[in-house]
Write a protein that binds this ligand. Sequence first.
Ligand code: AMP
Length: 280
Amino acid sequence: MKLITTIREMQSFSSDVKSSGKTITFVPTMGFLHDGHASLLKKGREVGDILVMGIFVNPTQFGPKEDYASYPRDLKKDLVVAEANKVDVVFNPTAEEIYPTGFQTYIDVEHLSKYLCGISRPGHFRGVATVVAKLFNIVMPDIAIFGEKDFQQLVVIKRMVRDLNMEVNIIDMPIVRESDGLAKSSRNSYLNMDERKAALCLCNALIKGKGIFNNGIKDANTILKEARNIIETEPLAVIDYIKVCDINTLEDLEKITDRALLAVAVKIGGNRLIDNCILG
Ligand code: AMP
């Protein structure tokens, strides 16, 4: 396994792979790897010739009061996980390498970025779209793999790829959960024991909502009321949003006719966690 830290070396590696007729699969991450990331790598190993994993904590997707500085990092451990998942190349550039002095070009996926997490995290998806576009230009993947855990991110990236005619196929992978249902996340490491227990209210709210939907209730407000109740009875939880929305446009839905996204963002003792499920 190769560890590459410069754009020049990554581009030259990828050019060589492409001229040899092989395909590149790319799994971008912010590191501090868990089984959710590993499921993306496993898929990546199946679908392409050369598997590249990105590890880059992207400063432009964090707000000024967010956790960029304290975001968990453990490159040594991540390299062991990468090796175990048969990654060919880990691309781990510095922030200065990706954003040199004078950098000023950003990608804004205008509408999709405004909903859900975009409301309490203005500029977040501009940072995500920009770094993913840059990483695509650097790694030149044929296939890129993302998790449904960050459903809005997935929708934003698919839109960007279509709008900008990028030649990369996006594969999405289901959410990997802890045995008690909590969606795996690098940010779960912030939680103390009480918060960890309280964090179960996110997936419990989704289970409740899905159960009501499966019982034939298609009215979004009824589903939301019941799901919200679960979170509101948890003293450590503060709801950022809980929404039933269109899976493509992310606009609020009142009646579910086909499929819908049930998405939540909740602060647990100050730590913001997200989760979602598809209804239908
Ligand atoms: P992150 O390192 O949190 O930026 O995530 C990198 C990639 O892993 C993104 O495509 C995420 O959606 C995906 N991911 C994170 N957590 C999970 C999970 N629990 N299950 C599946 N994919 C995940």
